[in-house]
Design a protein around this ligand. Sequence first.
Ligand code: DC
Length: 225
Amino acid sequence: MINIAIDGPVGAGKSTVARECAKRLGIIYVDTGAMYRSCALFCIRSNVEISPENEAEIEKLLNERMKLEITLVDGTQHVILNGEDVSEAIRENSVSMAASAVSALASVRKFLLDRQRDLAASNSVIMDGRDIGTVILPDADLKIFITAAPEVRARRRYEELKAKGSEITFDEVLADVNKRDYNDTHRKESPLMQAPDAVLLDTSELDFTQTVEKVIGLVNGLGKL
Ligand code: DC
């Protein structure tokens, strides 16, 4: 069994890199951001405004009415919300900001904590998020903090949205990235930060293949797989 924790800010390339590494290593990729996104989508669909004032209502909503299943289809994680596959719906831009807001609530983090730990306890995983190395898997075999300059991250996200036909401008994407960075690093509950024992990987000057090779190199260095 091996547990690899990948943390870092939005657009650093965590998920694409983690997914490819999981495939090559023959282990499971767990995208914890998708779980926060699902909670946010459920709040939106339930017409509950995501704010600290509504935390008790949100906690009740999630505990009593939300059934979240994580399944693997051909090695790809799918999230099933009350029986519906929402893997596409949670990627919408409006859900991104809502996910950042919902993830600041302690009760939501608590709601997801055991699910994330259980997945890692029963499988070899590469799990990505914001607090995996610091809170969820403090004893992970390997922790990597992937980052890149905000402009580089915004450019990647902009290209991705453009390719999907979005009309958004680069400046809007950069403002979103900066706002989510601020939210994720300044919240009280499990803020985004590099664990003291995490390896820092700055991908500003690295392409996808180079980043994957670096991560695979670090995993192979453990001599566990
Ligand atoms: O990685 P992502 O963009 O899909 O994550 C969506 C939001 O969820 C992000 O703004 C921060 C939050 N998140 C978190 O707080 N902790 C995690 N482990 C994963 C995501």
